[in-house]
Write a protein that binds this ligand. Structure first.
Ligand code: IMP
Length: 217
């Protein structure tokens, strides 16, 4: 629970931050999630930073390596999100390979169809449970790095529903909701409450933890 307004503390510490991502959908969400704190995010592409290879075996490791690469190249504090969709009936796949399943063409219709095809061929019992997870790594120019994780559980629906959001949003219906993330506008997807109770999306939940931590400085 965030018991006091974290905006001044976050703004004082960060002012501007490098968002270590080349994914436009993710950058948009990071900007939205930082804006209530008065913090501006600049994307890695706008700074001409290259994308490091994601060689980690966990979301956490990949978030740390992306944030450290961006802060090393820019000299500024950097925030990286490594996230993905983990499907119970597929042993957690696509997981850290969520972006890769869409291929170089970033074809998420194809990636979502693959999930359905593999669930059907595995004979996975319904409902098809899944969760989104986001590991947010904040790297400081002095070498410190901190990681915050958020997760949201739900069910997969086929055919995909809704054209909002990005990636796998159209097949994910969070628990307690009748609409998929693809049918929600971004405010609804983040689900950030004003009273400090838990947010909805994995990324917004990780951001709540980040803001809470910055309050301790
Ligand atoms: P990475 O973290 O850049 O390696 O890629 C994460 C991938 O997971 C994205 O390309 C999306 O396909 C998927 N993903 C992560 N978060 C979300 C989300 O909020 N909605 C839909 N797809 C997501």
């Amino acid at each position: 629970m965030i018991s006091e307004d974290p905006a001044p503390a976050v703004r004082r510490l960060l002012g501007r931050i490098v968002a270590a991502t080349h994914n436009a959908g993710k950058l948009g969400e990071i900007k939205e999630l930082l804006s209530p704190y008065g913090v501006d995010a600049i994307g890695a592409a706008a700074l001409g930073l290259t994308e490091p290879e994601e060689t980690g075996l966990t979301f956490r490791d990949n978030a740390v390596l992306k944030a450290q690469a961006a802060t090393g190249a820019s000299g500024e504090a950097a925030l990286a999100d490594d996230s993905g969709l983990c499907v119970a009936g597929l042993g957690g796949a696509p997981g850290i390979h969520s972006a890769r399943w869409a291929g170089a063409a970033k074809d998420f219709a194809k990636a979502m169809a693959r999930i359905e095809r593999e669930l059907l061929s595995a004979g996975a019992p319904r409902p098809w449970r899944a969760y989104f997870i986001s590991a947010l790594a904040l790297a400081w120019p002095d070498g410190r790095v901190e990681v915050f994780e958020g997760r949201v559980d739900g069910e997969l629906v086929f055919p995909p529903r809704g054209a909002k959001g990005f990636g796998y949003d159209p097949i994910f219906r969070p628990d307690g909701h009748s609409r998929t993330f693809g049918e929600m506008n971004s405010e609804e997807k983040h689900g950030l409450p004003s009273d400090g109770s838990p947010a909805l999306s994995h990324r917004a939940r990780a951001f709540q933890k980040l803001a809470q931590r910055l309050l301790q400085f």
